[in-house]
Design a protein around this ligand. Sequence first.
Ligand code: URA
Ligand code: SF4
Length: 220
Amino acid sequence: MNAAEQLGQITSEVVVCTRCPLSQTRKLAVPGEGPATAQVLFVGEGPGGRENASGRPFVGPAGEFLQSLLTSIGWSRSSVFITNVVKCWPPGNRDPMPEEKQACNGYLDRQIFALQPKLIVTLGRHSMEKFFGPGRGISRIHGTTARWRGILCCAMYHPAAALHQPSLREIIQQDFARLPTFLEEAMLEPVEEPEPRLATPPAASPAEDAPSEVPQLKLF
Ligand code: URA
Ligand code: SF4
């Protein structure tokens, strides 16, 4: 299967998935969207109310802000892939629970394997934890990069947090402004990979994820 077919296959599994209790309260699962050729993958936390109603990621207020951040760096939404750590709406917009994240993790791993993105941008704490490891404060590592399975990752505040806290707005704008440089770097250098990229697809059933501490890249 090529990348587009793999992504389509994952989508078709997600929309009928009952692996965790979020399946009982969702309206529509939100697999994620974007071209199979996308070089950049954005990973949010989980669908909100508007996403649950439409089946599409980041279409509410946080999505509007994300769109304006993308525009500010000259990237179009349609050129990147956008998904979430959990694909179904946590009721009341609560945080996803560890078991829910664990149950859903394999879909994200498979999306990454299919896309082979050059750059992964994490939006918010739950996404950051998967790629940067637990216990890393977002206030310290926002705007910085690390490698996960050889792929360059950059941590961002969640756009919704910046919407509610005006002081974060400028910070997230400044962090976004660095993304084109990070992508350029990622395209240029096949940097030493602390962990090899996945050579085989992750199992269809979600497996234990083991984020590892990797050295901070010193690009600046
Ligand atoms: N917030 C998220 O984390 N993801 C969405 O898709 C929408 C809002
Ligand atoms: Fe399946 Fe993920 Fe939805 Fe849970 S959140 S039902 S694991 S798609």
